[in-house]
Ligand binder design. Structure first.
Ligand code: PFF
Length: 480
């Protein structure tokens, strides 16, 4: 059964996809990775990857969604049938569903921290606090399983409510209010931080390109981040693409998503580093940049509590517009495949993902020390979940590029893209060769991180998977 739902307006897909793309990746992860990797050179690689690899895969992923008009798993099943290709390609849907499920579990925990900081800021609890107090307050949050669980539950519950109301009443209506509000808040934050902070230092830090500064690790992180920030390889964009109007332009929409997403990351970076440099703080704090360095800057500036409150509301809004896109592909699958009602499907997905999220919660306290988990996997549970998504997302992206590049026919692609022959050739060259090669390169980053018993475990899964795919392929060839 296909959903055959379509967004109310031609432009709604763009709104939804931007909502998915702009999130913690832009406001939290991008600035701290840029800070850790020395600024401009990192951004150069990031931007190049977005345009040479990200946009072509984005086009491919939307195309698969719109062409099948189904949730990612059922959509890939449908496309393999209509294209008489191996059912092995269905892996794209399953990988996407698995990544969505895992990412949601920890995304919600981190968004929960923003909920805590919104409260801290608006109540003025950190007003005038010194560096030690601010750091201690973050440590105290991380040390408290009940508090982290409470915020995690509130955030994931709110996301579930929006998706449970349906794509029109919940997602569309929510985004129509949320996205313009986020834009206004971003501008307010930028103007205020330009007035009070050191914008020139921030701009120099972000836009002085010295590629020699960049380590191989930095290169690979920049490429990984460009996948994460565009929500690629996960089925989120494919699920939204299934509801996209046939009249909307695929290429233009994909460009618009990438441009807006990059612009938001840059503006957030400028605003955050202007405040950090203005307060004489260190840009290379890592993940604590948003939750330790920035609150310290807010604590010391005039009207900092109010600006800080507004800033963390922005983070929350951006996070929720992304988390709903993580729920939709799996919920839509459960509705299509098992005929569940939407609220049931959403609850099933969210409750399971919430439970998995508890592992991330405990990674910062009960399971922070050396446990059996660390011995077995060489990292915390949160680290393991993050690592898995770092593998699944690029892998999904690579398979999407290969499927769209090699399995879809010229006629079908032209029907979706409606572009001239030259653009078609450029796009096809990028998805056939460049994107897969770039992803293979991103994997170089991941392999050295895999240690302990994890390497044989992942190796075994890959071998069994390849064996199963090979058998299916052979059986299909004999059968046809
Ligand atoms: N793009 C989101 C961000 O930058 O925060 C994260 C994300 C959302 C990744 C949805 C993947 C996804 F399917």
């Amino acid at each position: 059964m296909s959903t055959h739902n379509v967004w109310t307006h031609k432009g709604t897909f763009l709104l939804a996809a931007v909502g998915s793309a702009v999130g913690l990746g832009n406001l939290w992860r991008f600035p701290y990775l840029t800070g850790e990797n020395g600024g401009g050179a990192f951004i150069l690689i990031y931007a190049l990857t977005i345009f040479a690899v990200g946009i072509p895969i984005l086009i491919a992923e939307i195309m698969l969604g719109r062409n099948s008009r189904r949730s990612p798993i059922m959509g890939m099943r449908f496309l393999t049938r209509t294209h008489k290709t191996s059912r092995g390609w269905e892996t794209i849907g399953w990988l996407g569903a698995a990544s969505a499920f895992i990412i949601l579990s920890f995304y919600s925990v981190i968004a929960g921290w923003a909920l805590h900081y919104t409260g801290l800021m608006l109540t003025g609890s950190l007003d005038g606090a010194d560096a030690e107090t601010v750091a201690a307050s973050f440590d105290a949050l991380l040390a408290s399983p009940p508090l982290l669980t409470l915020y995690h539950s509130l955030f994931i519950g709110a996301s579930a409510l929006i998706v449970g109301l349906g794509i029109h009443r919940g997602i569309e209506n929510g985004l129509r209010v949320l996205m313009p509000a986020l834009f206004v808040i971003l501008m307010v934050v930028l103007v205020y931080s330009a007035a009070i902070g050191d914008l020139a230092a921030a701009a120099t830090f972000l836009f002085t390109f010295n590629v020699a500064d960049l380590s191989l690790e930095g290169w690979l992180q920049a490429m990984g981040q460009s996948f994460f920030t565009l929500s690629l390889g996960m089925g989120a964009i494919m699920a939204y693409g299934a509801y996209m109007s046939s009249d909307a332009s695929l290429t233009r929409t994909a460009f618009a998503i990438a441009v807006v997403d990059t612009a938001v990351a840059m503006i957030a970076g400028l605003a955050i580093f202007a405040l950090v440099f203005g307060a004489g703080l260190d840009p290379g704090e890592g993940p604590g940049l948003m939750f330790v360095t920035l609150p310290l800057a807010f604590a010391e500036m005039p009207a900092g509590a109010l600006l800080g409150g507004i800033f963390f509301i922005l983070v929350l809004g951006a996070a929720i517009s992304s988390s709903i896109s993580l729920i939709e592909p799996v919920a839509a699958f459960l509705v299509e495949r098992f005929d569940l009602e939407r609220p049931q499907a959403v609850s099933a997905m969210v409750i399971a993902s919430w439970a998995l999220g508890l592992l991330t919660v405990f990674s910062f306290n009960l399971m922070a020390e050396e446990t059996l988990f660390h011995t077995l996997f060489g990292r915390s549970a949160f680290g393991l979940l993050e690592l898995l998504t770092n593998i699944f997302m690029p892998l999904g992206g690579m398979l999407i590029a290969l499927f769209a590049g090699w399995a879809l026919t010229h006629g079908e692609v032209m029907k979706e893209m409606r572009t001239n022959e030259t653009w078609f050739r450029v796009w096809r060259f990028l998805v056939r060769f460049i994107a897969p090669a770039a992803v293979a390169f991103v994997f170089l980053r991941t392999i050295p991180q895999v240690e302990g018993y994890l390497l044989p475990a992942i190796g075994a899964v890959v071998i069994v998977g390849a064996f199963a795919a090979g058998r299916t392929f052979l059986a299909e060839r004999q059968g046809s």
